[in-house]
Design a protein around this ligand. Structure first.
Ligand code: NAG
Ligand code: NAG
Ligand code: NAG
Ligand code: NAG
Ligand code: NAG
Ligand code: NAG
Length: 464
């Protein structure tokens, strides 16, 4: 029920106005309770466990990658809070979407699937391994093996012929965006490789992580200030020289957390310490205003962030929190930024319930944490996912650090998992709107003149 202000004024003592989520930030149980309210509102959007629906899919307009991202966040939610409420749907969804080759390329998604889409599911599986999430029966695909399968396929997709290396955004030639090499795809590869190195202590993964990071630097996608730029088109013809310099929180988060895993795995090596430190400084300067995280490429612009982009900030939040765990020297810089952002995010969670938001009345989370306590009216899966991950971030510190196979992780791997891409596709065909999945760039950025020569990639608004 939404109380008119007048009514609240008259009966304020009895009927507390339901505005925002009240948190005592000195109390872990209060933070957990706030996170649980936000998670409840988030999962209310999910219908995949209803009879007749498909486990793992979110309803329109949320693409498949975002569901993978959500289940990854829900595993850490459980690990940080101990709340098992969503473990069953998470387990079911992650297993349902593995596909025939056990590599997160299910036949319903494959034809329009990008490397980034696959990556968000692979990272959820990696999180499951690191948090010692319930293991599937031994005849079912195991979390670690799923992450290794995607890693192995990424290695096969590495393409030195153009730009000196890197993966393309898209997997198949017939998808728009195939000519774009970008940070999100290579960031997923990097993140998975780095965490596999730490988890398995197998240097092959670490060597690849280093190679990917240095390639990103060589083409200028990671610049001298450790800013992570989006990517470059015309991969076939101009060798990645036309860089699209837009910066997004999730790209920075992918590289930051992977670098923290490498720092930890290499026992605090100078190389990775320098990289982690540089990225923390970059993130603090690019993505925070007065201590509050924002999405500068589309937040508070007339263009507005699209559905995908509305879900980016949460990932940087969670990966920053985990960076502070694996690279403790960053804690004093990172934690205050996350705490002030968490406060601002919780204040934004003050929207009313209705047909589009079925969580607790007065707790729908808005998008812009810079907007203060007045609900900004933007709500949905992305907003809930962002708020959940930043509000629970302060708990990362008291949770058990992500396991490795030596420290308590029990997931069983298969270094040879994965399959050939050639076997998956029968006939190239036209892509319809309904096929399109994944994260990407706002078409309007193009109109803003940021990427000029890359018009063809975005011309029809393909998001991945
Ligand atoms: C789906 O999962 C949610 C969250 O755990 C639960 O509340 C709901 O009852 C489940 N629905 C069905 C049909 O099992
Ligand atoms: C693919 O789509 C069909 C039809 O909607 C559905 O029954 C099936 O469960 C889906 N498979 C996966 C892996 O999502
Ligand atoms: C293409 O770019 C890569 C990476 O920057 C560089 O190593 C290579 O020399 C370039 N090739 C050409 C032909 O310019
Ligand atoms: C690696 O992470 C663990 C867990 O947080 C931490 O105790 C350890 O100090 C980290 N290693 C380095 C070199 O910082
Ligand atoms: C991890 O899970 C396995 C299987 O459930 C369990 O035997 C083991 O004790 C767990 N490890 C930790 C550190 O809790
Ligand atoms: C390390 O990982 C690589 C890449 O998957 C694999 O080929 C190799 O067998 C692994 N080494 C060990 C000792 O497990």
């Amino acid at each position: 029920m939404y109380l008119p202000t007048v009514l609240v004024g008259l009966s304020g003592l009895l009927l507390q106005p339901v505005t925002a989520i009240d948190v005592d930030w000195t109390s872990d149980s209060s933070i957990k309770s706030a996170a649980s309210t936000i998670a409840y509102g988030l999962v209310k959007y999910y219908t995949g466990n209803n009879t007749g629906d498909v486990p793992g899919n979110l309803p329109d307009p949320y693409y498949w990658w975002e569901a993978g991202a959500m289940f990854g966040a829900l595993i850490d939610y459980w690990a940080f809070t101990g709340d098992e409420t969503y473990n069953d749907i998470t387990f079911q969804a992650l297993q349902h979407q593995v596909g025939d080759d056990q590599d997160f390329m299910p036949s319903n998604q494959t034809k329009s699937e990008g490397n980034d889409d696959q990556g968000f599911w692979a990272m959820a599986a990696m999180t499951a391994a690191e948090q010692n999430f319930t293991n599937p029966d031994s005849d079912q695909p195991q979390w670690l093996a799923l992450a290794q399968a995607v890693y192995n396929e990424y290695v096969n997709r590495w393409e030195p012929d153009t730009c000196g290396g890197g993966m393309r955004w898209q997997i198949y030639t017939f998808n728009n965006g195939y000519n774009y090499k970008n940070s999100v795809s290579n960031g997923c590869f990097f993140n998975v490789a780095a965490r596999l190195a730490r988890y398995t202590a197998n240097d092959t993964y670490g060597d690849w992580a280093n190679k990917i990071f240095e390639w990103e630097q060589s083409v200028g996608f990671i610049n001298d200030n450790y800013n992570v730029l989006d990517g470059a088109g015309n991969a076939g013809t101009d060798n990645c020289s036309a860089i699209n310099a837009a910066q997004f929180t999730y790209n920075a988060g992918l590289f930051l957390y992977g670098s923290a895993a490498m720092y930890n795995y290499t026992d605090g090596s100078d190389t990775w310490k320098t990289r982690v430190q540089g990225q923390v400084e970059s993130v603090a300067s690019i993505f925070f205003q007065d201590g509050v995280m924002w999405e500068p490429s589309c937040e508070k612009t007339t263009a507005k962030c699209n559905t995908d982009q509305q879900a980016f900030k949460g990932h940087l939040s969670r990966w920053m929190a985990l960076t502070a765990v694996l690279a403790p020297f960053t804690y004093d810089t990172i934690m205050p930024l996350l705490e002030s952002s968490a406060k601002a995010a919780a204040e934004q969670c003050s929207g009313a319930a209705g047909t589009d938001f079925k969580g607790v009345d007065g707790t729908a989370c808005g998008f812009s944490w810079l907007a203060g306590s007045t609900f900004d009216g933007e709500y949905g899966v992305g907003e809930q996912l962002n708020a959940l991950q930043v509000v629970m971030a302060p708990l990362a510190d008291t949770a058990t650090p992500p396991y490795t196979s030596d420290s308590g992780g029990s997931s069983v791997g298969n270094a040879n998992a994965g399959a050939s891409d050639d076997d998956k596709i029968e006939q190239p065909r036209a892509i319809t709107t309904a096929d399109r999945a994944g994260a990407g760039i706002l078409t309007a950025l193009v109109c803003g003149g940021l990427v000029g020569g890359m018009w063809f990639v975005w011309a029809d608004g393909v998001m991945g």
